[in-house]
Design a protein around this ligand. Sequence first.
Ligand code: NAD
Ligand code: MG
Length: 291
Amino acid sequence: MRDPREDYPKPPFAKQRQPEPGLDVEMDPPVDHGEATYKGLGRMRGRKALITGGDSGIGRAVAIAYMREGADVVVNYLPEEDADFQELSSLASNEGGTIVGMPGDLTDEAFCLRLVKEAAEQLGGLDTLVINAGKQVFQESIADLTTEQFDRTLKTNCYAMFWLSKAALPLMPPGSAIINVTSILGYKPTPILLDYSATKFFIRGFTQNLAQQAIKQGVRVNAVAPGPFWTALQPSGGQPPEKLESFGEQTPMGRPGQPAELASTFVFLATQEAGYVVGETIGVTGGMPLA
Ligand code: NAD
Ligand code: MG
């Protein structure tokens, strides 16, 4: 046993800023995706998984865990994030696992449909879909929030979820799982993330609703609600730079989570161990109550 409060870096953090989309290779301190710690138990042997936003952060931690549990994995990311994907790809080749990259922009419906089709062709089917990609850019006031940003946030966080789920469900056999990523901000919104927080409320509703439809074909739909996690989303517009220095301090744990601390929740939700868990959102928040 270890003291979880002491497991990872705490604030204050160094000042840092990146253009959008952020890269994990630029993060200080570096992000822990479980590279050195996640141990697979064969719980996903033979499984075929598509993970959006799988190059970095939470998605990368899930990709590593799924691969080490025996799954074959396709990850989607933006072409600008190739440096992050290359790190993941070389880890996979070193371990003899399968993680295939399919870059492209999820705000485009035609791309979402092609991604699901090509991932299923590549994997020889599809039984696990992790809809993790997200856009988060703070604006102090609604007066500063442009239609362009509002549109891209909703397209990335909500429309892509609809397009991907709709395309994937007909391909998914009973026992499959869809896992969406909401946020603690989908329960307690923060004023400077009006568009983002609203999409995270949407994701909770979409998850509960689609879960009731999809279980009729034996597919479980659930969601994960992270608290503050140390990822490239935050210094690339997700937080004002001065707030990043104290990121995670407000949690009872006193520090942000690391993606490595989330991966096993996604493994649980993907497998039969969560066979009766349907339409649920699991919080991983360092002690901040969701409701
Ligand atoms: P991240 O930046 O590592 O991952 C987000 C990913 O979204 C990017 O890697 C990118 O590939 C993808 N993406 C964004 N726009 C895209 C587009 N148009 N097309 C394709 N891909 C696109 O950061 P993260 O924190 O790991 O984020 C993963 C998820 O976790 C997001 O849904 C985010 O909202 C959620 N989340 C994060 C936190 C946190 O504190 N980091 C807290 C709660 C929820
Ligand atoms: Mg990324």
